[in-house]
Design a protein around this ligand. Structure first.
Ligand SMILES: *Cc1c(COP(=O)(O)O)cnc(C)c1O
Length: 428
């Protein structure tokens, strides 16, 4: 495969954009080589500037759950745009979208729209602090909640990929209010409550972690967090930026049967345009400005184009809930077929999967938290990634990211992927 134009574009991009990208993982730093530059995408496929075609397994890191350039979403953006693209004044569409989401998620009364998952998590923590009048939060090592200061302490995703889970620029003062526990280790949470009585505003967690690869919660873990929060008048925040509207319409809360006090959304909720949101009960949400004292705002929040893309995406999901079975079946098929190839070639592996989130780690030992997620063979991963790329399969360019399937992907595409997978493993 030839990547001539993409590598020229990357050289040019590096002259005017730090590292040539607007989000670090895109730069291929963890896998080496030069990123592809996308020219267009449709359904399950990406086409790069050199006219190579790829089956896409990241779906814009989740949002394109219905496939790329999905016609109803394109039509709604286009129709809305003709009426003006931003006002900074309320629109009926914002309420319509809020009602649609509230009717899909039983435990929320109110929702506030923002522009990214980062903003949603940052605002959710501020609200939790304002509501409880406490400063500290518990975050789990390897979880990623966006790039705001409080979360860049043992952060997952790009932060681990580039070896900087603790970012310079985050002050010591901020860092002391973020307590770190280990995923799937309830004892490490209990200790924090013991050492910081009446100081913990909230626990924030990815209910199914996706930023150290896919790491599902062990049975009982989320229930134990729910209980300890209730016992200590702390709030439980589920960061459903990745899992929301992906694991089920009601996200991880519905899929796992545990409710949080505040839930954050991003990715799928915007259908590919920049939307995030946080939602909670009336009692908690009434603390938020302009009703209450906790400040939060946004010039482009509730932007009509973003609302129409999000609304049409979520509406399509509510009208065809069988999408979740289809996604699960496809991901399960991919899982089983990959396993057969790996076993046949006697390669050490762990595949973690929950619904349509799946990740492959090249290690024998179980991956259940941050530390165990870093045991994979990275040199092998790099070769595997580039092998798959040259077969026309676009995987996340980091061993710490989950794959995201979309509804446009066919069993034929997956069979093609498995043939490529076997060929690549054979060559390694
Ligand atoms: C992607 C992600 C975020 C950050 O969202 P952005 O839109 O990139 O700011 C936060 N939390 C989780 C769990 C994510 O996967």
């Amino acid at each position: 495969m030839i990547y001539k134009r993409s590598s020229e574009l990357f050289k040019l991009a590096k002259l005017s954009i730090p590292g040539g990208v607007n989000s670090p993982v895109r730069a291929f730093g963890a896998v080496g080589g030069s990123p592809i530059f996308v020219k267009k995408a449709k359904g399950a496929y990406l086409y790069d500037e050199d006219d190579n075609k790829f089956i896409d397994y990241i779906s814009s890191w989740g949002p394109m759950i219905l496939g790329h350039a999905f016609d109803p979403v394109l039509n709604s953006i286009s129709q809305t745009s003709r009426k003006g693209i931003s006002f900074g004044i309320p629109t009926a569409l914002e309420t319509e979208f809020a009602e649609l989401i509230i009717s899909s998620i039983p435990n929320i009364d109110k929702i506030r729209f923002v522009n990214s998952g980062t903003e949603a998590c940052m605002s959710a923590v501020r609200l939790a602090r304002g509501y409880t009048n406490r400063d500290k939060i518990i975050k789990f090592s390897g979880c990623y909640h966006g790039h705001s200061d409080s979360f860049l302490i043992q952060a997952g995703s790009g932060a681990i990929t580039f070896g900087s889970p603790n970012s310079p620029g985050v002050t010591q003062g901020t860092a002391t209010d973020t307590l770190i526990s280990d995923y799937n280790d309830f004892e490490s949470v209990k200790v924090q409550f013991k050492n910081h009585p009446n100081k913990i505003a909230a626990i924030i967690i990815e209910p199914v972690a996706g930023n150290m690869g896919c790491v599902p919660p062990e049975p009982g873990f989320l229930e134990a967090l729910r209980k300890i929060c209730d016992e200590n008048q702390s709030l439980l925040i589920f960061d459903e930026v990745m899992t929301g509207f992906r694991l089920s319409l009601g996200g991880a809360q519905e899929a796992l049967g545990v409710n949080a006090d505040i839930v954050t959304y991003g990715k799928v909720i915007g259908g590919g345009l920049p939307v995030g949101a946080f939602a909670s009960s009336n009692e908690i949400m009434k603390k938020l400005a302009p009703e209450g004292p906790v400040y939060q705002a946004g010039t482009l929040s509730g932007n009509p184009l973003a609302m129409s893309a999000g609304f049409t995406t979520i509406k399509s999901l509510t009208e065809d809930l069988s999408i979740y079975n289809r996604l699960e079946e496809k991901t399960k098929f991919l899982h089983e077929e990959m396993e057969k190839c790996l076993k046949k070639r006697k390669i050490s592996y762990q595949i973690n999967r929950f619904g349509s989130m799946i990740s492959l780690h090249f290690t024998d030992s179980k991956v259940y938290d941050f530390k165990s997620s870093t045991k994979g063979d990275n040199i092998f991963f790099k070769k595997y990634f580039h092998g798959m790329l040259s077969e026309g399969i676009y995987l996340p360019p980091s061993a710490f990211e989950s794959y995201f399937l979309n509804d446009a992907l066919t069993f034929e595409d997956i069979n093609y992927t498995i043939n490529a997978f076997d060929k690549v493993l054979k060559s390694l």
